[in-house]
Write a protein that binds this ligand. Structure first.
Ligand SMILES: [Zn+2]
Ligand SMILES: [Zn+2]
Length: 177
């Protein structure tokens, strides 16, 4: 299947993450049926069905027309205004149990890779180490409990995996149902 969706620097594979799916629905912004529709978050004060096509996300027209944002800027204090703009207004967001949170690294927003379980995390030991550290800071002091929790990621709780666009380090946070 060769699809040339617009490229999103901070969300390189929105089909895999499920934020964009194949659909015959018309875009709520341009009214075209492009074959692809957005399925995740859009924050706006307006009444709008957020079924946008990837192109209206990519060129910023959906965010502009409906005065909304795809992602909350929470936790992104270190990134530039320009990056923040690209991320919140021209990048597909994603689904999570809790409010989605975008991670940053090297003073840039990271690229969202998707929701993963322990098996996928094991392929990125640096992300696993960082998760461990974060959880311990959050008060998980019992090592065996922590290990149990991590090895069962993918069942109930899962990890949101990102990759730094500058240094390629993988980072993650835990999303619990
Ligand atoms: Zn559109
Ligand atoms: Zn980095």
């Amino acid at each position: 299947m060769s699809v040339s969706l617009p490229f999103f620097r901070y969300h390189p594979d929105p089909l895999t993450t499920g934020s964009i799916r194949a659909s015959a629905e018309a875009c709520a912004c341009c009214n075209r049926s492009t074959g692809w529709i957005y399925t995740a978050t859009f924050y706006t004060a307006q009444e709008v069905n957020e079924n946008f096509c990837p192109w209206c996300i990519s060129d910023g027209s959906a965010a502009e027309r409906f005065a909304g944002e795809f992602t909350d800027a929470y936790g992104l204090d270190d990134v530039s205004e320009e990056t923040l703009h690209e991320l919140t207004r021209r990048t597909p967001g994603f689904h999570a149990w809790q409010d989605p949170r975008w991670l940053a690294h090297c003073q840039d927003a990271a690229a969202f890779l998707g929701e993963v379980g322990y098996t996928e995390l094991m392929a990125h030991p640096e992300a696993l180490d960082q998760l461990c550290l974060d959880l311990r800071m959050d008060g998980w002091h019992d090592v065996s409990q922590l290990e149990h929790f991590l090895t069962h990621l993918g069942q109930g709780a899962s990890a949101m995996l990102f990759r730094c666009v500058v240094c390629d380090t993988h980072i993650a946070y835990v999303d619990a149902s």
